[in-house]
Every structure is written in C-alpha cells, then in structure tokens.
Design a protein around this ligand. Structure first.
Ligand code: MN
Ligand code: MN
Length: 315
C-alpha cells in the first residue's frame, strides 16, 4: 500500500521563486515525528579557522534547492514517494559559545534520531559533523564515507584548541563514534602543515584516497573499494563542498584547486545506493564567497543526490 508522504510545492502551480524557501519546497514541520528523512539546517561556523561564512549555508541551500524536481533522472528514484521527507528547520545554535553550540547541535540532531528519522543536514562548517555523529552514533561506532579536500583529523589549533573544523574526525574516533577501519576519505589534496600530516589517521586504519589516486583509478573503481571497506553496517556520509574544484564551488572557506567536478561528485554519490546510511550532511557552503549561488546550488543538488540514495532504503 502506498503511504502518504509530504510532497514538494508543484512548480507548475507556484513558481520556484515564490513562497517560503524550504529545502526542496517541502513542508516546514516543527518536529521529525512521522518522518523517514529529516532535512535540517545547522547554521553554525564556530569551528572555522580561516574564512567564516558557512553559518549562512542552510538559508542559501534552501533557496537553491527550489530547483530540485521529484525524480532522479538516472536512478529513477522518487524520494518524496518512497520516504516521508520534510524540512524540520534549523537546529538551535549559539554563534558566540563553541561548546554550547556543539551541545545544541547534538540535541537538535538527537531529537531527529529519537523520532526515528534519518537526518540529512545542511551545514555549517565541518565541526558540525562531530555533534551530529554524537547524536547518530551514540550507541555504537559507525563507518563513514567522507568527501573532502581535507582529512580533518588534525589534533589541535591555536595552542591546544581541540574543536575546529580541522579536527572533527580525530575527536569522533577518540570518542568511539567512528570505527576508523570503516572510514574512507576521498579527494584529499592540498599542501600540508607537516611532512607526515596524515600519519595519525593512517595509523588508525583510515583509508585515504588522495585526489591523484582518484584521477588514476576513476569513479567506479574507487567507489567499489569504498563500498567494500564500509560494508553492510551503518555509515554516515559527509560531503564537504570543498572537495569540488573551486572553479565550480568557489563559495567555501578553505578552497583547494585540483578538485572534483560536480559531475564526478554526483557519480560517486549515486554509487552509495544500497549502503546503510544512518545520517548525512553537506557542509562548508559559505555564501559570502559564492558567485551567483553556484556553490549553494552544488550543495543543494548534492543534498538531493544523497536524499535519493537514502530514500532507496525505503523501497
Ligand atoms: Mn572538511
Ligand atoms: Mn575541506
């Protein structure tokens, strides 16, 4: 029996530029009760070490997500028919207190998990993924597929500060939220602080697929290995928009040239179908550095790609 699910506002009835901006023109709902997948904003960039602005990401991704339609053109997945999806708004944030900010984000995502829904979040900087993992991986360590120019496994910044957008995954491993042997990082590149920058991550067993290896092997080979590593157990998928080349996604705080095309990023995410995704996010979209909304559009579209592979679980 077909279940009743929320549907986007029909663009043939109300044009895309009209009305309230919600993720993918879905209804705005007060809680995740009754949802299968909750689209949520995390407008917080208190972990940013260089160019701030990702706090404005959710609002612009909502705006650009008005361009999404109902059916994925390759997989034919119709996410809004398979799953009950809506926009639950933004989590509560505190822009002037980092530790309180992390607590509020964790509480917000935990309320989605408690309602039985899968969170698909729009950041925010990459430190927001740490409290999200605290909420979704509370009971057991999970795996992770991580698209990024950066490993984000550094230890401290600025004299012992342990919480920045360059450290979330070291903290998550230390806290037992992630099983490092089930983590794959894809697209890593750029200059390093130290010769053995990723030594700690590699020692934990994280599989780092640098951009140069990706270029040699291609999308399908790399994603086949990534799927093998994470296996059938629960995973989180985190998509840092700076994995895409700044020529296609300039609106981000820590751009690195030599990145993925949006087409490569889409092809990779499509190959996540069938994995047990228990949470996902698109982070580091910083509208103050964007040009004509192109980075927010890339972020919103990657959210739609992620939504489709998550919704496939409900077939
Ligand atoms: Mn990152
Ligand atoms: Mn990054």
């Amino acid at each position: 029996m077909k279940k009743t699910t929320h549907q986007p506002v029909d663009a043939a009835e109300v044009p895309r530029f009209a009305g309230h901006a919600t993720f993918m023109r879905l209804p705005a709902v007060p809680t995740a009760e009754g949802l299968d997948i909750a689209l949520v904003g995390i407008p917080w960039d208190g972990g940013t070490t260089n160019r701030a602005g990702a706090r404005h990401g959710p609002r612009e991704m909502r705006n650009q997500s008005s361009l999404m339609r109902r059916i994925h053109h390759v997989s034919k997945i119709a996410p809004f028919d398979l799953a009950n999806v809506a926009d639950v708004g933004d989590v509560s944030v505190n822009p002037i207190d980092l530790m309180d900010g992390l607590k509020r984000i964790e509480d917000g995502i935990a309320s989605i998990v408690a309602a039985g829904a899968i969170p698909l979040a729009a950041g925010g900087d990459h430190l927001t993924t740490l409290p999200s993992l605290r909420a979704v991986a509370r009971s057991r360590p999970i795996g992770m597929i991580h698209f990024d120019a950066h490993s984000d496994t550094n230890d401290t910044y600025f004299g012992g500060n342990r919480f920045t957008h360059g450290t979330p995954f070291r903290r998550a491993i230390e806290e037992g939220l992630l099983d490092p042997k089930r983590i794959v990082q894809i697209g890593i590149r750029g200059s390093n602080y130290e010769l053995h920058e990723h030594g700690w991550a590699l020692e934990q067993g994280i599989r780092i697929i640098y951009m140069e290896e990706f270029v040699r092997r291609g999308v399908e080979d790399v994603m086949a290995e990534a799927r093998d590593i994470v296996g059938a157990q629960p995973i989180y998928v985190t998509f840092d928009i700076d994995c895409i080349d700044p020529s296609q996604a300039p609106g981000t705080g820590t751009p690195e040239i030599g990145g993925f095309t949006t087409r490569e990023a889409q092809a990779m995410v499509r190959l996540l179908e069938g994995l047990d995704i228990v949470g996902a996010d698109v982070v580091e979209v910083a509208p103050p550095f964007d040009i004509g909304g192109m980075t927010a559009l890339a972020g919103a579209t990657m959210m739609f790609e992620l939504l489709c592979v998550i919704a496939a679980k409900f077939r």
